[in-house]
Design a protein around this ligand. Sequence first.
Ligand code: UDX
Length: 467
Amino acid sequence: MNVTIVGTGYVGLGTAIMLAYLGYQVTGLDYDEEKIQGLRDGILPIYEPGLAELLTAASPNLHWTSRYEDAIPQADFIFVCVGTPPLPDGHPNLAYLESAVRSIAQHLDGKPQIIVNKSTVPIGTGDWVMRTLEEHAALYATSHYEVVSNPEFLREGTALGDSLYPDRIVLGGSGWATERMRALYAPLIEQNFEAPAHVPRPRGYERPALVETTLTSAEMIKYSANAFLALKISYANEIAGLCECVGADIHEVTAGIGLDHRIGTRFLAAGAGWGGSCFGKDTSALISTGQDYGYNMPILRAAMSVNARQRSLVIEKLQKHLRLLKGKRVAVLGMAFKPDTDDLRDAPAHDFIARLCQLGATVVAYDPVAMPRARTEWGDLHYLEATSAHAALEGADAVIVATEWAEFRSMNWNEALCVMRNRVIVDARNIIREPLTVPAILEQIGRDHPHSSFLPASALPADKVGA
Ligand code: UDX
């Protein structure tokens, strides 16, 4: 079976490489010639653990092109994985999708072909894609094609494990089309499927559940799953705030809550709140869809506002101890929206740096992977780059842990803090677990200053800090 993937972003690349690994002939199509040339040379445009190894293993089955005429006619399955970035009003921008669908339509071959929507598209888009194909298909009268919604649930940083060992495969469309999709995914559905050794099999994993449903329900599943996870995190963050008020510890509270199987322990980590390309975008898209029908979604609105509050809170915690931030040197550890990715979309660190600069602080940032990308994408921000976490801390008055990279978790904090001028730590990811033996102020989220010992009198009050 021949597969074409339109759009080689995170989802498209992951899908292309995964299907080629399963043995299909896969053509990856992108209008960005430079990216395509890079992929032909084996260069990945993104950082994702283990993906480079899988690209090498699957390369005999992979082909790259920027021309629709080379990719569409022979394809049995055409996966549409183009970006749908948010517009200022919260609706996703469907311009790339529309242009991709029109170009696909012009090159359909007349044989049975399935157009698979993997991009997170607004509810109802499957039908719209079908109509757009009908309007633009060169061989409309003779073509047999159908649209299937097959939402993607992979997380960046664990994309390979998520796509090779998925919890469920959701297929929305007609019986004819979903049956063909089931055949395509058959290798993953077999109980004894083994991914390459570098992709760990989740403990207790057997096989994915299959959900076969209508186009619209499949689209709804994707949005409501992401919005629910976002909501869960905001709930943990809201409870964390109350933990600080009453003197409880959010780690213990969420561990206790999560033991109830109806709730579960995952996605209850309180901290800087969610970021990334999906949660904010999908939650606001769902709210906007509701609005289109005059339907208010107060729970999702609250989840969004708790998330925004979480970001301000981090700066407020700094202000509480340093008072004036003007002229202070603040280290920001971590720029990516989460560890194991260089993705900077909607990263809390961006907002921290922007606010710190606005308040007149000097920011020194460090990220193990995302700094080169930040150089091109964060042109709006002024900060100094450090070559290591240690270098970022040197002479700083405060540090914000913005991303929970393993490197920061395993750091010897007592040693690292010694190079700071003043030691105010806002650990916005609650990673510091060891007791601090050097004099320092430690602020975490939802924890009652667990290991703080106060700065020497000479370092505070605020007018002395950073002097
Ligand atoms: C998410 C969904 O998990 C995935 O199913 C969907 O396909 C795309 O969106 P991703 O954005 O890659 O994936 O990252 P994820 O690991 O889900 O984390 C999202 C954000 O939530 C990150 O900013 C992370 O730091 C934050 N988060 C996650 C928390 O703040 N607390 C948690 O407990 C978990």
